[in-house]
Design a protein around this ligand. Structure first.
Ligand SMILES: Nc1ncnc2c1ncn2[C@@H]1O[C@H](COP(=O)(O)OP(=O)(O)OP(=O)(O)O)[C@@H](O)[C@H]1O
Length: 264
């Protein structure tokens, strides 16, 4: 039986991302159930909920990263800009350039700072000349608020940067392919409070250009960075709506129990 979803409606016709009857199984585990959601553009959407409730699974559906997990089976519909991402004409590699992902632990390649950012534009053939590539590298590093710290050592190894700098580099690497959507899976969990504050400021800035969807275990972080929040519980999206309203006046008792610390 389908649970009732308590939702503040987002206009479906303007949704950047829309899912209908989305289900994910890992073998016999039914990890995500009946997820219908419309996620708007140029907005930060936070995904919250207790461990194992399906947040990362949902995030991975949006750029078909679950395709890389042999046990995962995804059914239902996911549309980005109205286009079905499971359509056989969609190339998952191109999709992942359009829907970029930043992971929990900064994972720069063991290459120079410049080569990390240049990697995506190179493999996707996005630039024709060295000057164009340099321009993309600079623009991406500026947007990731890292340029000033690294502009004099672009040929140094990326692995020599601090954790927070590495995470901003990974964000620069992701935005270098001009994505439209940024998926972030607990991007601050390996960072100290100062680096976390820098990334949060950056996320706020990025939403002027991208739809950002972020998984976070921190309700404070969700409240600080997002305009919309989805609460997941046992594989279902139980409540989705305006972040302020969800935290101050949750409609579902399960959301209330979670935000008041009774489940989780
Ligand atoms: N690769 C996998 N193979 C098998 N089962 C998986 C896999 N990934 C996730 N699961 C299962 O799917 C369910 C949802 O997991 P998921 O990682 O999406 O939850 P989550 O809300 O992101 O959790 P956390 O907050 O702990 O990261 C869990 O029961 C988990 O054990």
């Amino acid at each position: 039986m389908k649970d009732t979803l308590t939702e503040t409606p987002a206009a479906a016709d303007t949704a950047k991302i829309a899912t209908r009857d989305l289900q994910v199984h890992y073998g016999d585990t039914h990890a995500l159930r009946d997820v219908d959601v419309d996620i708007p553009d140029r907005t930060v959407t936070a995904l919250i909920g207790p461990s194992g409730c399906g947040k990362s699974t949902f995030l991975r559906c949006l750029n078909r990263m679950n395709d890389t997990i042999p046990a995962a089976r995804v059914t239902g519909e996911i549309r980005i800009d109205g286009e079905d991402i499971h359509d056989p004409r969609i190339d998952p590699v191109q999709l992942r350039a359009k829907v970029g992902m930043v992971f929990q632990k900064p994972n720069p390649f063991p290459k120079s700072i410049r080569d990390n950012v240049a990697y995506g534009p190179r493999i996707h053939g996005l630039t024709r000349t060295r000057a164009e590539l340099d321009e993309v590298v600079e623009k991406s590093l500026r947007r990731a608020a890292l340029w000033d710290e690294v502009k004099d050592r672009l040929d140094a190894l990326a692995t020599g940067l601090s954790g927070g700098q590495q995470q901003r580099l990974c964000i620069a690497r992701t935005i270098a392919t001009s994505p439209e959507i940024l998926l972030m899976d607990e991007p601050c969990s390996a960072l100290d409070p100062i680096a976390t504050a820098q990334i949060e400021e950056l996320i706020d800035d990025l939403r002027s250009r991208f739809a950002v969807v972020i998984v976070t275990h921190s309700m404070q972080q969700a409240a600080r960075v997002s305009q919309r929040t989805a609460f997941f519980h046992l594989g279902r999206m139980v409540e989705y709506g305006d972040t302020g309203a969800l935290f101050t006046n949750p409609a579902d008792p399960r959301t209330e129990s979670y935000i008041t610390g009774r489940i989780g």
